[in-house]
Design a protein around this ligand. Structure first.
Ligand SMILES: NC(=O)C1=CN([C@@H]2O[C@H](COP(=O)(O)OP(=O)(O)OC[C@H]3O[C@@H](n4cnc5c(N)ncnc54)[C@H](O)[C@@H]3O)[C@@H](O)[C@H]2O)C=CC1
Ligand SMILES: CC(=O)C(=O)O
Ligand SMILES: [Mg+2]
Length: 372
């Protein structure tokens, strides 16, 4: 199979979809790999690193979209990329379609077969291609939140860990999955007073066990979260209902209950955000203020630490990329229900139920799509 990887063009996105190590494995298995010149530079990989792995370097993304049978990326295709996708081509990348009607329309119009990293599942009920980036974004969340709390950045001038004789900051984490757990680890490590809200009691038991009393767990209800708004210095939004638009857990009216200069870090922004006042921002201009409360809503947080993130993502995507290349998407998905869970669009059909529900579009059963 001809596998292509263009340079990411989303603002400040420095990750790359295929590492030299992954290119090497694909070439060793008899596939051809083409990489856009400079695609790896932001993650510290030169064109020569890819050449040494047996990949070809091409000058333009257009060549990749025109020729590759499978396009492997990191972020959702941008409008100029979407115009180049076509029926019979496989796209393997993050999509986050539920909050993105325009992208969904374009993918359906193109006819491309699109497998979304974030909806591929595993046998433990996890999301193996989302998890590595959630590990990164979760660790970054208290770090960017702490920076936002600094006075010069508009925050309330609170140090996360406090100092002897002065209380630490109160950090509330809504959603105790992969992002929430990683965020808790860093926030606890920085000395903050941490509360994690979730709706899964087994998950809260797990957190209670591993943190040994260094954080508090609380069942996530609207009333319980409202009680925490006046005391929180930082709230990290880390909820997920796989593939679906994020539920809105803090309304605009509730911002007035918060301390001026407190910060909301909405990691769930890629699924539309879990605070009513969230809208996606970029690394170039990450923070804005509404009613005195700061919002950090960068939808590609892991891009900030591109080298770590590219390696972590590449480790997770490699076995699935190889299965798709070795078997073709139909056989690979027919043999692996977890990979099939990643299928979001095929030949003009939407094949992911939660996206159809969010966007009020008809959905084809992915098993039926295998026959189309
Ligand atoms: N902004 C960025 O750069 C990145 C964003 N993300 C996003 O972060 C979000 C979280 O991802 P993961 O932690 O991997 O998901 P996860 O599935 O591991 O965890 C989500 C948790 O939310 C909980 N939950 C669901 N509804 C809830 C509610 N109403 N109240 C409290 N908890 C609730 C679930 O029980 C689960 O424990 C996703 O939207 C993901 O796409 C992930 C990586 C990077
Ligand atoms: C998960 C995601 O959207 C990201 O890593 O950018
Ligand atoms: Mg994202």
């Amino acid at each position: 199979m001809l596998i292509g990887c263009p340079r990411e063009i989303k603002p400040q996105e420095f990750r790359v979809g295929i590492t030299p190590a992954a290119a090497h494995e694909a070439v060793a298995a008899g596939h051809r790999v083409i990489i856009e010149a400079g695609a790896g530079l932001g993650s510290g990989y030169s064109d020569d690193d890819y050449r040494a792995a047996g990949a070809g370097i091409v000058d333009t993304a257009a060549e990749i979209f025109a020729t590759a049978e499978m396009v492997v990326k990191v972020k959702e295709p941008q409008p100029v990329e979407r115009k180049q996708l076509r029926e019979g081509q496989l796209l393997f990348t993050y999509l986050h379609l539920a909050p993105d009607a325009a992208q969904t329309r374009d993918l359906l119009d193109s006819g491309v077969t699109a497998i979304a990293y974030e909806t591929v599942t595993d046998r433990n009920g996890g999301l193996p291609l989302l998890a590595p980036m959630s590990e990164v974004a979760g660790r970054l969340a208290p770090q960017v939140g702490a920076w936002s709390l600094q006075k010069a950045n508009g925050g309330r001038g609170v140090l996360l860990g406090g100092v002897p004789g002065v209380r630490p900051a109160n950090v509330v984490i809504v959603g105790g999955g992969v992002v929430g757990t990683a965020a808790a680890r860093v926030a606890v490590g920085m000395g903050a007073n941490v509360t994690v809200l979730d709706r899964s009691i087994p998950r809260m038991s797990y957190l209670d066990d591993i943190f040994q009393g260094r954080l508090t767990t609380q069942y996530s209800s609207a009333a319980g979260l409202a009680d925490l708004l006046p005391v929180a210095d930082m709230i990290i939004g880390a909820v997920l209902i796989p593939g679906a638009a994020a539920p809105k857990l803090v309304s605009r009216a509730q911002l007035s209950m918060m301390k001026p200069g407190a910060v909301l870090v909405d990691v769930a922004i890629d699924q539309g955000g879990c605070f009513e006042t969230s809208h996606a921002t970029t690394h170039a201009d990450p923070i804005y203020e509404v009613d005195g409360v700061l919002h950090y809503c960068v939808a590609n947080m892991p891009g900030a630490v591109a080298r770590t993130s590219t390696q972590a993502l590449g480790n997770a995507t490699l076995p699935f990329m190889m299965a798709l290349a070795n078997k073709g998407w139909r056989l690979a998905c027919a043999e692996d229900a977890h990979l099939m869970a990643g299928l979001n669009t095929h030949a003009g059909h939407l094949t992911y139920a939660a996206v159809g529900k969010a966007l009020e579009l008809p959905v084809m059963d992915p098993r039926e799509a295998l026959r189309v």
